[in-house]
Write a protein that binds this ligand. Structure first.
Ligand code: BES
Ligand code: ZN
Ligand code: ZN
Length: 498
């Protein structure tokens, strides 16, 4: 288990020290350690390293006669451009990957001085996030690893800076956020046979056991009684019963704003009777990334304890399978708010389970705003690729807030339009609406139009993470596999809510 802590001075144990240095015109980067600075001057003269962003240098020095400065020194370049928090997240990710390529186990990270308008607090938090996020690995099922290799992970990271309570808090926040994202990645990495709706139930209950959160669970029988035809219908083809997991965080009174977070927890999406093609189907074990993001965000919220706000997390969880008990094309189901839906395609199942959760959440909690997050449509990958999450909303202010947060935290979004011309594509001859558009045109938008039918007039935003939940833009702090996208955006929204 990786431990990250904060220390005021560059002291204590550690086998490796990490410095971050800026590139300067025709001069070596400045480094507080004179021996390292001399070495950097040599490297610059030889043309090997100037402190460029994305570059690093490893230096082995003699152990000192007095004190215990580590012999292994990793220097990470910051470049010469105006910095953003993303630069420091990337730098943190680079530092741990450089360290992981060596036998380094315990890093002493020297917090660099702020520059270019970034505050020391912003810098410390982003760096801590990057270090924790970049250190993530998932090798639980890789028995083929040599024992020595298996142990090649970082054991500890200590961030050193001058004594300052604000820095202490910033590092703690970065750590909480990073670990929450890593726990979302852990859930997502579990394959369908090891992560079923029952695992979402257990994860929710475990969080409630550990933090000041209340967990409620509706099982299949309860959901049937309540008229949640979407969650029950999607789950009926599987031996794994569906569930609705609810976590409540009460940081305020009944008069305080309440945010509702809803995440798609499809633990495996075969497409059901409208079976998906075989190639790449294994990736549909990741169809629960929205649900994982919501649980992880609740974990971070419970740890950071924001005051004056209530946050409710809902995870509708089901496995979408075919078979004699499964939902069929043409079936008509009744959702929690009474709307009848013609299921034209059983592979458009995410919206069916979200619809019940949204309608229930909006009715029961009367939230100030609701945000859902889901690997909802392949179409969003066609529209935005793997670089931006699709954002669709019925509320301009909420959309603007999310766009700004996404930009700041390295989880960029792009808003797509909605409107009645798109909504029309969902008209059904036999029910209130059908679950897919008449053709494939604007698939991400029609999916959002479907969801909008279940939020009444509540300010609502939908994050379609089908393109970003895995195969996300290459970044040093996002290892291959599930990215944990959305967790930080959701938590930032909660922390900054006014
Ligand atoms: N889980 C998929 C969407 C998806 C596709 C996520 C690729 C990540 C990568 C969703 O349930 C689905 O199958 N959507 C269909 C909708 C269609 C039937 C209208 C799709 O996108 O093809
Ligand atoms: Zn599907
Ligand atoms: Zn799906």
């Amino acid at each position: 288990m990786l431990k990250v802590s904060y220390r005021p001075l560059l002291d204590g144990d550690g086998d490796t020290v990490v410095y971050f240095v800026r590139e300067r015109a025709k001069q070596a980067p400045i480094c507080p350690d004179q021996a390292v600075a001399d070495y950097l001057e040599k490297a610059r003269k030889l043309g090997d390293f100037r402190g460029q962003a994305g570059k690093n240098l490893i230096y082995y020095r003699e152990s000192p006669k007095v004190g215990k400065a580590p012999e292994r020194v990793i220097v990470i370049g910051l470049g010469k451009d105006k910095p953003s928090t993303e630069l420091f997240r990337e730098a943190g990710g680079l530092a741990v990957s450089a360290a992981l390529a060596t036998k380094a186990r315990t890093l002493k990270v020297a917090l660099p001085d702020p520059f270019g308008g970034l505050s020391r607090v912003e810098l410390a938090r982003a760096l801590a996030e990057g270090l924790v996020l970049g250190s993530y690995r998932f090798d639980k099922y890789r028995k083929d690893f040599e024992p020595e290799e298996k142990d090649d992970s970082l054991k500890g990271i200590v961030i050193h800076a001058a004594e300052d309570r604000a820095i202490d808090e910033a590092v703690r926040q970065g750590l909480v956020l990073g670990l929450a994202v890593n726990s979302a990645r852990d859930m997502a990495n579990e394959p369908g046979n090891h992560w079923t709706p029952a695992h979402f139930v257990k994860a929710g209950r475990d969080l409630a056991g550990k933090y000041a959160l209340t967990c409620k669970v509706f099982d299949k029988t309860a959901m049937k009684k309540m008229g949640m035809g979407g969650i029950v219908g999607v789950g009926q083809g599987s031996v794994q019963p569906p569930a609705l997991v609810i976590l409540e965080y009460r940081g305020g009174t009944t008069k305080s704003p309440t945010l509702l977070l809803v995440g798609k927890g499809l633990t495996f999406d075969s497409g059901g009777v409208s079976l998906k093609p075989g190639a790449g189907m294994q990736d549909m074990k990741f169809d629960m990334c929205g649900g994982a993001a919501v649980l992880a965000a609740m974990q971070a919220v419970a740890q950071l304890k924001p005051a004056g706000i209530n946050v409710i997390g809902l995870v509708p969880a089901a496995e979408n399978m075919g078979g004699s008990a499964a939902l069929k094309p043409g079936d008509i189901i009744s959702q929690f708010n009474g709307k009848n839906v013609e299921v034209v395609n059983t592979d458009a199942e995410g919206r069916l389970i979200l619809a019940d959760a949204l309608a229930y959440g909006v009715k029961h909690y009367q939230p100030t705003a609701v945000i859902d997050i889901a690997t909802l449509t392949g179409a969003v990958i066609i529209a935005l690729g793997h670089h931006r999450t699709g954002l669709l909303s019925n509320d301009h202010a909420l959309a603007e807030k999310l766009l700004a947060i996404g930009e700041r935290c390295g989880e960029p979004l792009w808003r797509l339009p909605m409107g009645k011309e798109y909504r029309k594509q969902l008209k059904s001859e036999v029910a209130d609406l059908k679950n897919v558009g008449s053709d494939r045109a604007a698939g991400t938008i029609t999916a959002a139009c479907f969801l909008e039918e279940f939020v009444d007039k509540t300010p609502w935003a939908h994050l379609d993470i089908a393109g970003t939940a895995w195969d996300f833009t290459k970044k040093s702090y996002v290892p291959k596999g599930p990215s944990g996208v959305g967790v930080r955006t959701l938590v930032e929204l909660v922390l900054g809510w006014k």
